[in-house]
Ligand binder design. Sequence first.
Ligand code: ARG
Length: 580
Amino acid sequence: MDTIKQLLNNEIESALALASGIDDCNANVITTSKPEFGDYQANGIMAIAKQLKTNPRELAAIVIEKLEVRKNELVESYEIAGPGFINIRLNPDALLHRANSALTDPQSLVASSQNPKTIVVDYSSPNLAKEMHVGHLRGTIIGDSLVRVLEKCGHKIIRQNHVGDWGTQFGMLIAYLQEVRTQDESELPAQLSDLEEFYRAAKDRFDSDEEFANTARLSVVKLQGGDPEYNRVWQQFIEESLAHCEAIYEKLNITLTRDDLDAESRYNDELENIVAELERKELLAESDGAKCVFLPEFVGKDGSPLPVIIQKSDGGYLYSTTDLAAIKLRSQQLNVDRSLYVVDARQSLHFQQVFAVAKKSDIATEKISLEHIAYGTMMGSDGKPFKTRSGDIVKLVDLLDESVRRAFDLVSEKNPELDESLRHSIAEKVGIAAVKYADLSKNRTSDYIFEWSTMLSFEGNTAPYLMYAYARIKSILRKEEAQDFTAKITSISESEERLLLLKILQFSEIVQAVSEDCFPNQLCNYLFELAGLFMRFYEACPILKADNSLKDSRLALASLTAYTLQQGLDLLGIETLEQM
Ligand code: ARG
């Protein structure tokens, strides 16, 4: 089923084409902010009128005439407004019909894309030399929400966790691992349980002991040259580091698995082919012994050309080279339509350059859309990138544990009579949800200040508020034993009922918008508004005290609201609780 917005756009666009003689019109239908004038409005008439140099209100009148000839059953009325908008009011029976089909077939609440695509989502992608830290939080959460949304829309998704597992740091780590390991080779040294500590200790050795540093440098050469012993030790280290990541994914309810690994090392053998390919296309130039691509669109502040370095003078390859190899695989072998990179905004120049080189060299197919889904930095309350008090990087696992601890205090305060173990399991969910939601609800492109007190509040646009709203509706339904309830919605005569129902039917439009623009905060805003409309409905329209048929209708509406909230939160990777 089309979304309401799509349907209205189609209707008005064909009427507008008839009225104007222009084939390719954009009706530009949006939801209105003033329900007293209608449910939607079409804003596209003015632009077409301008193109034709006619009066927009006159054109709007002709469009409405055309629309009236075979009026869509969804629409009650069209009306000219202002300088040439068309206000659209929907037919209540059609709204009820849509809502009731969603009650019997909940899947139909979100429309599947009519044009399903194959989409790579490259996200999380930590560097395995260290433990995951707060810098990995945003990409992991936003990326996971996007894959859920895109899958919901019926697209084929290929998750790619492009972990950093190759390069000089690993030589240092292998050398250190060989130094500290015990006689019994099968036993992992205890130091490895804290990767952060392990990295620091290795780095200290590297910086202070010239002999160790030489061994480390030799280790990379051996590793990259394919020496089996070095590869075995490296593998052991990677395995340990991945286990750390997986523990985090588990805590955070992230859908990434081992099958989604797309490690940098995977592209090792392909890198020389990339160089050869760029050479063939005559795109490479030497600069200080390094092989570079210079593209006219990239110049430094002083106007001098900026190189994209492909191979260093010592023969080593770079991050960009690996990304080009990955683009080759994604576009030429996996044949994907879109490749999304959910990565920190600070890498934006890197992606612009890599995408440009890939397109210019035909490493990327014509059809592939390469998109950097950039996000800003998570800041502390001092407005600087989030750190511990002593200025250290905060480990992700510590941050999540702290959130669960704080959620436990909060739940205990709100519900002291609940059983302690129940409070713990609620806190587990609320603590994680609060961190995720606080992030997802911000516009991803901006930096944001990480603040415990707001994210863990039961008021405002927060996870606890929405989870509580859901649990509250569920408890109303439980009271009426209306859990598996088959009644239909029959009444939307009260404006609170109508607004709530229309909002539910707009869920699909929001999901679609997120699948296109990749801004999950739109979905958060929607859910917050939905919960608010439910509260207004609940205050204005008695449920339990209403007569039988009205009561049934309102319970059904409440039940559909709960379903929509649960689905929406699930798309954000947030689990609901039946009781809080
Ligand atoms: N491992 C990289 C980092 O930690 C992120 C990789 C992002 N994905 C990519 N295809 N470059 O910064």
